[in-house]
Design a protein around this ligand. Sequence first.
Ligand code: NAD
Length: 304
Amino acid sequence: MKIAVIGAGAMGSLYGGYLSKVSDEVYLVDVWQQHVDSINAEGLSIQEKDKNIVVNPRAVSSAESVGYVDLAIVFVKSIITGSALEKNAALLGPDTIVLSLQNGYGNIEQIAEYVKIDNIIAGTTAHGATMLAPAHIKHAGIGETHIGWVQNKNDDRIDGIAEILQKAGFETVVSDNVMELIWSKLIINVGINALTAILKVQNGGLLKQQETRILMRMAILEAVNVAKSAGIDFNGEEMVNKVMDVAFATEENKSSMLQDILNNRKTEIDTINGAIVKEGQKYSVDTTVNLVLTNLVKALEKSV
Ligand code: NAD
């Protein structure tokens, strides 16, 4: 299978790196030239808990030399999904399947501007990764990968994708309700990311004070109301408990939004809490708490 990863940062390098061990042609496509050059010169180094693994995918900064691929995995930040697809359109033929395991809401809509909706697979990943240096990542967390067709549920091409992910070491589950998974992950991010970034605390820090637990709960319940209007029905209190459980289980993690703020990078706020506000407006659902969180994070982005 000819595979390209669009956006070979922490997660793209993780998936592309391990896929290169089981598939002949894997290309990591990234605009970060130093990273691309280092991968081609020395291989990609993946730091696991107990060992360091070096793999050798091909890395490129331009999609033109690669041509159409069978599978394009999108791992840019969700705020630039559309522009990354546009810049890398040379990868996307009429039969190319595009897989998004990104966080945030709106990736599918952005991808659908460049490929047929019937060729889009979306999902979630519970793996975690961090960029340590060019061509050097840390595999920070392990978990399941869930994938599902956005629309054409009976297409068995997804089994081949699941099989190759599985072979590469990613425990993969095929789901026929991928939108529920995406919303569930979105709501977890809604409850944790912005507050950790604003307060500059690890995930577990949110659970220590009643004030932050109240704000988490309000943000989550607003998101649950929006999801309901969009046709995804979660039990509000169960979802609050689920997000609190995730914050507890990952208590020492710094959320990606906190890391982005600490590193003066643009965050995914627009596709997380900001997406709740935007979708809420569509359905006339009150999203005041998410509006406040969104604007606080945007103000923080501008203040650095
Ligand atoms: P990252 O910032 O490490 O990687 C993104 C990469 O995209 C960068 O290397 C950047 O140079 C590249 N890029 C930017 N514009 C590009 C373009 N036009 N063409 C090609 N490459 C381009 O981000 P990440 O942490 O790997 O996260 C990617 C996505 O996965 C996000 O949506 C994130 O929320 C999600 N996610 C991350 C983790 C994690 O542990 N890091 C876990 C689950 C989900």
